[in-house]
Design a protein around this ligand. Structure first.
Ligand SMILES: [Zn+2]
Length: 362
């Protein structure tokens, strides 16, 4: 009994306010009966729920894999895996971004509201109903950062300021399409071939200015190339990364966001692990784009886009949808194109550091 009293007072000391009762979330698949979840935590202003409370409410099951140190969920789309502190949920060969990492709080693995609404919602059939009944009284918890070291890709986001990148010797950039081939055409006749060339030129300039390395463009003006010519820019001995730039179109004006693709010729992403250089490149660029405020939908194997063969680190960046007004506003403006180019540049820098680290530890 004494022990209980002590730990209770310790808890009171840690928590900014008490209000355990009253902090409730209603959660369900839309059309199903909502479950009431009473343990609602707030961490840095974000609502967190225990994964063990969330999954049953959505008709899902999962378990903690104590050997791999990750959490696994059985879903209609296959088994999904994520790590405490990680910024991706992996399902098959796809990586879905996690905005606020899952973390252990008060002895339980807890996931954020956006994890439920944005990430889990893509793993269930139908949509998710989430309602915080009493946001003001959610429990505030003192900072707890003990578990971030298990983040699956934390080595990609760790800052390493002293050691400037010297690893990238040269970069090849392929602005897709050109000439007669406009690529996709979106709002206000915005053409893919124009957008990708503009971003490629800005990225080229930034690489040259910041790193002083050679940059090879597949085309530097509006003319058409065949596939071999598009990839010829990577055919230099010093090229350490190839960036292929595209933009998309959709029948729905609502569809938006960035997709990143890596070479799929060697099979699926599964099993290739974090040492696959193209995957490290794609995840680094994805991270940088998200840090810059871009909405990254996924990192996935390229089935439709040609990435060429070989093991040169290559990423295809579908920079957004020219048919979506927000994406088109960004990609059609000088300022937006510069932001995109800057983010890709940061991703390339992070990739150089990450591959040096993997190179050192191997
Ligand atoms: Zn394209």
């Amino acid at each position: 009994m004494k022990k209980i009293v002590i730990s209770l007072s310790l808890l009171l000391a840690l928590l900014c306010c008490v209000g355990v009762a009253g902090a409730n979330v209603e959660l369900a698949l839309k059309g199903k009966k909502a479950q009431l979840i009473s343990e609602v935590y707030q961490y840095d202003g974000v609502v967190y729920l225990a994964i063990d409370d969330v999954l049953p409410a959505l008709g899902l099951r999962g378990y903690w894999d104590s050997v791999a140190h990750c959490y696994k969920i059985r879903t209609p789309m296959g088994r999904a895996t994520f790590f405490p502190g990680g910024r991706y949920l992996r399902i098959g060969d796809r990586f879905l971004p996690i905005r606020h990492p899952c973390r252990f709080i008060d002895g339980k693995l807890r996931v954020s509201q956006d994890f439920v609404e944005e990430t889990l919602s893509r793993l269930v059939v139908g949509s998710i109903y989430f309602r915080n009944l009493d946001p003001a009284r959610a429990i505030a918890v003192a900072n707890d950062n003990s578990d971030d070291i298990y983040g699956a890709y934390s080595f990609l986001v760790r800052s390493d300021r002293e050691r400037r990148s010297t690893r990238l010797r040269a970069v090849a950039i392929d602005p897709a399409h050109g000439g007669d081939d406009s690529g996709t055409v979106g709002i206000d006749n915005l053409k893919e071939k124009t957008v990708v060339l503009a971003v490629a030129r800005k990225l080229e300039k930034r690489l040259k200015m910041r790193l002083g390395i050679p940059v090879y463009l597949s085309r530097n003006d509006d003319y058409s190339l065949d596939l071999r010519q598009h990839l010829a820019c990577a055919d230099h001995d010093d090229v350490d990364a190839l960036v292929q730039l595209h933009a998309q179109a959709s029948l729905s004006g609502d569809v938006h966001g960035v997709h990143l693709y890596v070479r799929s010729s060697s099979g699926t992403l599964s099993g290739r692990g974090r040492t696959d250089p193209s995957l490290i490149l794609a995840l680094s660029v994805s991270e940088a784009l998200r840090d810059a405020g871009f909405d990254v939908v996924e990192v996935a194997p390229a089935h439709l886009v040609t990435t060429g063969k070989g093991n040169l680190p290559t990423v295809v960046i579908e920079m957004g949808y020219l048919t979506n007004s927000d994406d088109a506003a960004v990609l059609g403006s000088d300022n937006g194109q510069q932001r995109m180019a800057n983010a890709i540049f940061s991703g390339l820098e992070a990739f150089a550091k990450a591959s040096r680290k993997t190179g050192e530890t191997n």
